[in-house]
Design a protein around this ligand. Structure first.
Ligand code: DGJ
Length: 375
């Protein structure tokens, strides 16, 4: 074979190899740089320096693999296609007296960077071991490095003994005869909106399950989580060091049954994508827009479009990633759960575009960032 032909074949092979990696394949096995399927479920992404850091739930085999036996994983990437395993950012521990003992439930970890303290702050949903989903706590840990190790601080139910800012004074002391109220009826929904569960949890602190974090342009950070038995989302301001709650908070979509919140700010407006509440089973995503993080939020309906939009392409939202260096380009990140064999869960990453303020998510078998401008 001629030298030039050999060179041509070599270049072609390199191109095919590179091009093959430069695509997202929603729902496929996604090998990390060691060739193992990425293990970072219910995840979120931090962009720091020139690197993306993906944090997620490290799942193991079987049904029990939905509980935390290892901890919170971290992967890094410069291009979003290839991910290096950075190990376990926060391990669960052998100590049965610890809140993060092996076998607890750790879900939806998110990390943000605090420029003032120069610390990386990790929050996640924590359920105490052998208590099902009843603890409904949020937990915080901190590190000097994005990849960790993170030092566990504590867990709790937030906003104890504080009322939401979008709450009428009369609702604080409202007496309701619950035996006359039928759940999921309009009168019941009205009572939920007027504080039925907020009052119930006032002393103990509000429930906190599915969660996300959001850092605004002014550096203020917010914790958004499913509360009130997953009926209502709460948005809460974090302190300047991002390590606790200031006590300023508001409800979003009362009695709307929203989970899996993901929030971005675009053109000065806050855009929220959520799911309904059907356990591990997919349902139709929802979207909302607001001029202020404190609401009022306007529903914009299901952002997914096309075949299987009613089940969000068999997935549930976890994060919306603004692509760095590209104006107005976002990736919708979601999980395709496999509850009977948790480790086999897949990632659904799709372009998130806009029709006015309404987010739009369409299915692609394969796609690349280059297509994002005009997907
Ligand atoms: C749906 C939530 O979004 C998940 O994070 C997880 O908590 C499952 N429910 C558990 O059924």
């Amino acid at each position: 074979m001629k030298k030039q032909t050999l060179l041509f074949i070599l270049v072609l092979c390199c191109f095919i190899h590179t091009y093959g990696q430069q695509q997202f394949q929603p729902g496929a096995i996604w090998p990390d740089s060691d060739g193992r399927h990425i293990n970072a479920h219910g995840g979120g992404i931090l962009y720091y320096g020139d690197t993306y850091y993906w944090f997620g739930e490290f799942k193991t085999e079987g049904k029990a693999g939905n509980r935390a036996w290892i901890g919170i994983s971290c992967y890094s990437s410069k291009d979003l296609y290839t991910w290096k395993n950075e190990g376990i950012a926060l391990p669960v521990v052998d100590d049965p007296t610890s809140e993060i003992t092996k076998g607890c439930v750790i879900e939806r970890p998110k990390v943000i960077y605090n420029a003032k303290t120069r610390k990386f702050v990790l929050w996640f949903h924590l359920e105490l071991k052998e208590q099902g989903y009843s603890a409904a706590r949020t937990a915080v840990a901190v590190s000097d490095k994005p990849t960790g190790p993170y030092t566990y601080i504590r867990s709790y139910r937030p906003n104890r003994k504080t009322w939401p800012i979008n709450f009428e004074k009369a609702w604080q002391t409202k007496a309701v005869n619950e035996s006359e109220l039928k759940a999921h009826t309009d009168p019941w929904r009205k009572e939920v909106a007027e504080g039925l569960f907020v009052r119930r949890d006032f002393e103990k602190g509000q429930m906190s399950r599915d969660m996300t974090l959001f850092v605004d342009d002014d550096g203020k950070a917010y914790h958004i989580h499913s509360a009130e038995e997953n009926l209502t989302l709460h948005v809460s301001e974090l302190t300047d060091d991002y390590l606790s709650f200031t006590g300023k908070w508001a409800t979003i979509a009362p009695a709307g049954h929203n989970e899996a919140p993901a929030l971005i700010k675009r053109n000065g407006k806050y855009i929220l994508v959520t799911s309904g509440c059907t356990g591990w089973e997919p349902n139709a995503a929802r979207s909302f827009v607001s001029d202020s993080i404190w609401g009022p939020w306007r529903s914009l309906g299901n952002p997914a479009q096309g075949e299987n939009a009613g089940r969000t392409f068999e997935s549930q939202s976890t994060y919306i990633l603004p692509v760095q260096g590209r104006k107005d380009q976002y990736i919708f990140m979601a999980d395709r759960w496999v509850p009977d064999n948790a480790i086999d869960g897949r990632y659904i990453w799709l372009p998130l575009t806009f029709d006015g303020d309404k987010p739009v998510i369409k299915w692609f078998d394969k796609w690349s960032l280059e297509q994002l401008a005009n997907p």
